[in-house]
Design a protein around this ligand. Structure first.
Ligand SMILES: [Zn+2]
Length: 52
C-alpha cells in the first residue's frame, strides 16, 4: 500500500524519465536496468535508474 518503492528511470537514448516500481528480490537492486516503452522514442528502450 505504500508508494515509497517508486524510482525514477531514464531512457538511455533520449533521457525521458518515467517512474517504475523497485523490485525487492533480495539480491542486486542497485543498478536497475529495464526495458520499457519510451513515448518520446516511440520504441522500447533500455531505461536505467536515475541517480540524483
Ligand atoms: Zn527515449
Amino acid at each position: 500500500m505504500s508508494q515509497d518503492r517508486l524510482i525514477k528511470i531514464a531512457c538511455s537514448d533520449c533521457g525521458h524519465t518515467l517512474y517504475s516500481e523497485r523490485r525487492k528480490k533480495g539480491d542486486n537492486i542497485q543498478k536497475l536496468e529495464i526495458k520499457k516503452y519510451c513515448s518520446k522514442c516511440k520504441k522500447h528502450k533500455l531505461f536505467k535508474e536515475k541517480k540524483k
